[in-house]
Design a protein around this ligand. Structure first.
Ligand code: ZN
Length: 359
């Protein structure tokens, strides 16, 4: 009888527990599909790790990959982010199931979070989430919300918060900020992207009574804050090159769902068309290219979809703005409804119409 079969029988009788389960009394870290044989789960982490280190080279490639997932998890327990990442990466080099590969990516994200590297963790979380289920999915969603600096809405199991606290302690959520002029909460204050001073050729905005939705028409992949802010500065430059006072939109929403403050709300926007169209009109731009533009080159042929984070953030922002300024749902528009343009692309246009129909 080969050892693994022998130990599978032990497992059947409950004599061993999967080694990836954490032995402390908290709700367990979601169990990975630990290969058998596995060391007893109540051994100290260092001993389980040593056990795997002796065993891993003797396992089949598939079991060795699963063993490396376990070794990554144990290193997360030991708060050793660099080693954890190495084991998860080694596991990913083998043929893992989609579920296991997603667990490895979640592990890499957690390892970065242990070191406070939020922006490095986010892409791994986003890659992992579509293929996770159950507690790992809840963890991934919670971490994305936290790392994006967003409010966590809805009830969250206290056991999840307890389990994830080691990965969040080093984080600084994206600067939550209350606009000093209008009390509108945004994730990224205008000062964060060091805008140029507004030129004098602008009008103050009286009470806003309508909202217009745009896309930036420039592809943006990923959720790194630095990439998002670079795009925002590019938009500022393009708008100033047109002779405008500064960036035309009041808010921009990046792929991770961060709401970024653009033009102060106290100043009339430059986004909808002429001065009459901009009067009392709040401009919101989702970063990304949601409309095919083949004449602009290969990068513009395939349109992106608005990310789920962007749409969730857009809904939250619209709801808040409408409440604050008593704007009716019927006064929320896609840009193409006000002007001959393809902005914001068919998908976001349809979303805006749906939002309006529900409000
Ligand atoms: Zn537009």
């Amino acid at each position: 009888m080969v050892p693994s079969a022998q130990l599978r029988i032990f497992l059947l009788f409950g004599l061993l527990v999967p080694a990836c389960a954490t032995p402390v009394a908290l709700a367990p870290i979601p169990a990975l599909d630990a290969p058998s044989p596995s060391p007893p789960g109540d051994w100290p982490a260092q001993e389980r790790l040593a056990w795997w280190e002796k065993m891993v080279d003797r396992l089949s490639p598939a079991d060795a990959a699963e063993a490396r997932l376990c070794m990554g998890s144990i290193n997360l327990e030991l708060k050793n982010g660099r080693l954890a990442r190495n084991y998860f990466r080694m596991a990913l080099e083998n043929d893992l199931s989609i579920k296991e590969a997603s667990q490895a990516r979640l592990g890499i994200a957690k390892a970065w979070l242990l070191e406070g590297q939020v922006e490095l963790a986010l892409p791994y979380l986003e890659d992992a989430i579509p293929h996770l289920a159950g507690p790992p999915l809840e963890e991934g969603r919670y971490l994305v919300a936290w790392a994006s600096g967003k409010e966590i809405t809805g009830p969250v199991e206290s056991s999840i918060v307890a389990r994830l606290s080691p990965f969040m302690s080093g984080l600084r959520p994206v600067s939550a900020f209350h606009s000093p002029t209008l009390g509108m909460k945004v994730d990224v204050a205008r000062a964060s992207w060091t805008p140029l001073n507004m030129r004098g050729n602008h009008e103050t905005m009286a009470r806003p009574f309508r909202i217009t939705i745009h896309h930036s028409a420039e592809p943006l992949h990923g959720t790194r804050m630095s990439d998002s802010l670079r795009k925002v500065r590019n938009i500022q430059k393009a708008h100033r090159d047109k002779g405008w006072a500064g960036i035309g939109y009041h808010f921009l929403i990046d792929r991770g769902g961060r709401v970024i403050e653009g033009r102060p709300l106290a100043i009339q926007g430059a986004h909808a068309g002429d001065s009459e169209m901009n009067r009392g009109n709040i401009g919101i731009c989702l970063l990304g290219n949601f409309q095919t533009q083949p004449d602009r080159g290969s990068a513009y042929i395939q349109p992106q979809s608005p990310s789920s984070f962007q749409l969730a953030a857009l809904k939250g922002l619209l709801d808040r703005l409408r409440k604050q300024f008593s704007i009716q749902g019927k006064s929320v528009f896609a840009h193409l409804e006000l002007k001959g343009t393809l902005c914001p692309g068919p998908e976001l246009d349809a979303w805006v119409r749906f939002y309006r129909s529900r409000s």
